[in-house]
Structures are given as C-alpha cells and as structure tokens.
Design a protein. Structure first.
Length: 347
C-alpha cells in the first residue's frame, strides 16, 4: 500500500502525461510563413514585352514563389529557402544574375550577392566574383564559414573554391542577349549618348518569414552593363541592398545601386518600421517614392514585416515580382498596378 505522498506523486505524473497527450502537436505548417521575390526593376513596359516573354517571366516567378512557399511551409530554414529560390533565378537567362548576368566593359562578368539572417544579424556577401556558379551560395558560405561579412574579387573566388562551391568558366554566365546589350551600350557611349535605362538595373532578391518566425533576405546580381574599374553596387552591401532583422523587417532592393547605397535604403525602411511605427508598406513607400524618386534614384524593393505582411514598392515602370503573404494571398506581377489591373482575364 502506497503512502499518501507517493500516491500524490503518481497521480500528478499521470495527470501531466495525459495533458501532454491531449495537447495537439504544432507542425511547421501551423506557423505563418511568407515570401516575396523580385527579378529586377526598371523601364518594363507591356508594349516592350511580347506575349511569349510576358508568360516566360510570369512562369518563372510563379515557379520560384511556389517553391519557396512550399519549402517554408514544410519548416525549412529561411536562409536555405532563400539560397534555393535565388539559385533557381540565377540559373534562368531571363534575369541579370548568374547565367544571364550583364557584361562588363571588357565583356566579362563580375557578380555580387549578399544574404542576412534576421534572427542573429549575421550576414555574408561577395562582390566581383567571376568563377563561382552561384554567388548567393558563396554569400551564405561567407556568413557561415568565415569571420567576415564581405569578400571580393579573386579572394572571394578562392574562398568559394576552398568551401567546395561549384566553379565555372566566366563565359558560362554569357547569353546572346547580354552580348547585344553590351554592344548597344558601347555604341551609345561612342556616340556621346546616355546609356539606356535598363543598363543600370537588374537584380534578383528574396525575403522570407520562415516557420520558426525568423526573417531573412538575400540578393544576387550581375551589376550594370558596361561597368568598369571594379564597380560594386548596392546588392552586396548590407543595409543598402539587403537587410533583415526579426524585430523590424526584411528587405531586398533592385535599381540604380549608387542611390541605394547613398540612401542606405534597406536599413532605412526597417528603421522607419521600428522607430516611426510605420507599416512595412508605408515605410517602403516613404523611402522609394518619397526619398529616392525626387533624387532621381530609380528602382524598388520587396519587403516583409515580422507578421508576414508584404510590400512590393517601386518607382519605375515595372518590377518583376511575386509574393505569398502570411494569409496565403498570392501575387505575380510585372508592370505598375494600373497596368496589371488592365490585363485581360486569362492572359
């Protein structure tokens, strides 16, 4: 026969076990997740894309955002999802990143990328790499396997090789489209004309809220057509082209990089969320429309707040973009909002 104290302990233990068994387990899918993607901003008019080109861009954006959302819903870490989605975009010749990157003045490719973990504020970036097949994978390796944030040029390529990242010949990134872009750029330069607007823009980026409640951001680019002297834009600059902080927001930018660096766009948006208590949409609008546009800085951002609200704001003719917010609402778009509303049903 058990003493009263022993019976009490046994009953308490049994009760605790029953409570554990009765409480439903929480799966990754029970936590809200969200994702937003951009594929570059600039002079993107409906009249300048054929129906086939329009469909091709929408298809890859749709594929990328669905892939990312499915992986997030399955509980995959946000940093890994960003790398996986950006690698899909880096492999597409449609975008100025990876295979399809623009050419420098000498006909080479110099690629930049960065990634940031909103939970820890750790970040990694590479600039001016020529042999790493996936710059975004190299950026993650810098974050995880080095004491540094930003590596550049030959050193970044060597670091990537030491980490076992895939190497390619520089011409792997080339496409006939980018060769023609460079030829037009040089012809206009020789004639004393300003570059075409599209020569300045083109980047891919992803921001996510993962099932663990963490924000992250990543960006990858080939830079500007005809760039010289080792020019580096905003994409590998933490706070300018990429920023993430669990308490504030996650941002990836695209546009005329010099302006995004000088205005420190990505971190400014997150600071306005934190210190002015603005919504992510209002903060992004205040910076992209209120600050950059009057200064002549063209481009846009995709951004998320800690609740999975999405902002996709740009001051150019268009921005390749897609998102699925925390409520499951999905958007895939290219042109400005008015043009998208005018798009025929089923087109």
């Amino acid at each position: 026969m058990m003493a009263d104290g022993t019976r009490g302990i046994a009953f308490t233990g049994l009760f605790a076990l029953l409570v554990v068994l009765m409480v439903p387990s929480v799966s990754a899918s029970d936590s809200p997740v969200a994702i937003a993607i951009h594929g570059g901003a600039g002079t993107i008019k409906r009249s300048e894309l054929t129906p086939e080109q329009d469909r091709a861009y929408r298809n890859i954006l749709n594929q990328a955002v669905d892939l990312g959302h499915q992986r997030l819903a399955a509980g995959v870490d946000g940093i890994d999802v960003i790398v996986e989605v950006i690698q899909l975009l880096e492999a597409s010749p449609l975008f100025n990143a990876g295979h399809g990157a623009v050419m420098t003045w000498t006909g080479e490719h110099e690629l930049d990328a960065s990634i940031m973990n909103g939970a820890t504020l750790e970040a990694g970036a590479v600039a001016g790499v020529k042999r790493l097949k996936s710059p975004i994978a190299a950026a993650r390796a810098v974050m995880l396997a080095s004491p540094h944030v930003l590596l550049s040029g030959v050193g970044a390529d060597e670091f990537g090789a030491q980490q076992g990242l895939e190497q390619v010949d520089n011409d792997w990134f080339s496409t006939e489209r980018r060769q023609r872009d460079l030829e037009r750029y040089k012809a206009r330069h020789s004639a004393g004309l300003s570059p075409e607007p599209t020569a300045k823009f083109g980047t891919v980026g992803v921001v996510v809220l993962d099932a663990q409640g963490h924000l992250a951001a990543g960006t990858s680019t080939g830079g500007m057509t005809g760039k010289r002297w080792g020019r580096i834009g905003d994409s590998p600059i933490i706070g300018a082209g990429t920023y993430a902080n669990d308490k504030r927001c996650a941002v990836s930018a695209t546009g005329h990089g010099e302006f995004f660096i000088r205005w420190h766009v990505a971190s400014d948006i997150c600071a306005r969320v934190a210190y002015q208590n603005l919504t992510i949409e209002q903060a992004a609008t205040d910076v992209i429309i209120g600050e950059l546009l009057p200064a002549g800085g063209e481009g846009g951002v995709v951004a998320l707040d800690p609740r999975g609200n999405v902002a996709m704001v740009f001051n150019s003719e268009g921005m390749y973009r897609a998102s699925i917010d925390a409520s499951g609402h999905k958007v895939v778009a290219i042109y400005n909002s008015q043009s998208e509303r005018e798009r025929p049903e089923g087109d």
